[in-house]
Design a protein around this ligand. Structure first.
Ligand code: CU
Ligand code: ZN
Length: 170
C-alpha cells in the first residue's frame, strides 16, 4: 500500500518536471523597419497562466492584445490565424469573463504611454502553457493597430502591428 503511494508520488513529481512552467514571446513589429519590440513572459501558476512584459515602439494609446491560434508571424501577422478560440465562443474579454465565455485568447487592451511603451500583465484563469483543454505554447501574441472595442466578431482592432511566438524555455 505504502509502496504504491510512493510510486504514484514519484510519478506525479516526474509529470510536474516534464510540464513546461514558463515561456517567452519575443514581440517584433510586423512591418519592415517597425520600432515595435518587447517580450512577454508566461508563467504557469496555481491560479492560471500569468503573463508579464513590456512592449515599446508603439503609437500612444490602446491596442488590442490577443493570443492568436498559430505561432506564425508572416504576412503582416495574418499567418497567426484568428483569435485562439477552443470553445467556439463569441469575442470578448477572457481576463474578465473567463476563457470559456470569450475567445480564450482575448486579453483585452494594452495601453502605450506617450513614450510608446506599454506594460503588459494579467492572469488568465483556466488557461495553461501546455496540456489540458486550453493551452498557448506555440501560439502567437498579437498587438493590434487600434483598440479592441469588444464588438463582434473580432473587436475591430485593425491591423496586426506586433507579433511574437510563445516559445517554451528549456
Ligand atoms: Cu488579435
Ligand atoms: Zn477574440
Amino acid at each position: 500500500m505504502r509502496y504504491a503511494l510512493v510510486l504514484s508520488l514519484l510519478a506525479a513529481v516526474a509529470e510536474a518536471k516534464k510540464a513546461p512552467l514558463s515561456a517567452v514571446a519575443v514581440v517584433r513589429g510586423t512591418a519592415e523597419g517597425s520600432a515595435v519590440s518587447g517580450t512577454v513572459r508566461f508563467t504557469q501558476t496555481g491560479d492560471g497562466l500569468e503573463f508579464v512584459g513590456k512592449i515599446s515602439g508603439l503609437p500612444a494609446g490602446q491596442h488590442g492584445f490577443h493570443i492568436h491560434e498559430y505561432g506564425l508571424c508572416g504576412d503582416s501577422g495574418k499567418d497567426a490565424g484568428g483569435h485562439y478560440n477552443p470553445h467556439d465562443a463569441p469575442h470578448g474579454h477572457a481576463l474578465k469573463h473567463g476563457p470559456k465565455k470569450a475567445h480564450a485568447g482575448d486579453l483585452g487592451n494594452i495601453v502605450a504611454r506617450e513614450d510608446g511603451s506599454a506594460v503588459v500583465s494579467g492572469t488568465i484563469a483556466k488557461l495553461t502553457l501546455s496540456g489540458g483543454k486550453r493551452w498557448v505554447a506555440g501560439r502567437a501574441v498579437i498587438v493590434h493597430e487600434k483598440a479592441d472595442d469588444f464588438s463582434q466578431p473580432l473587436g475591430n482592432a485593425g491591423g496586426r502591428i506586433g507579433c511574437g511566438v510563445i516559445a517554451v524555455s528549456p
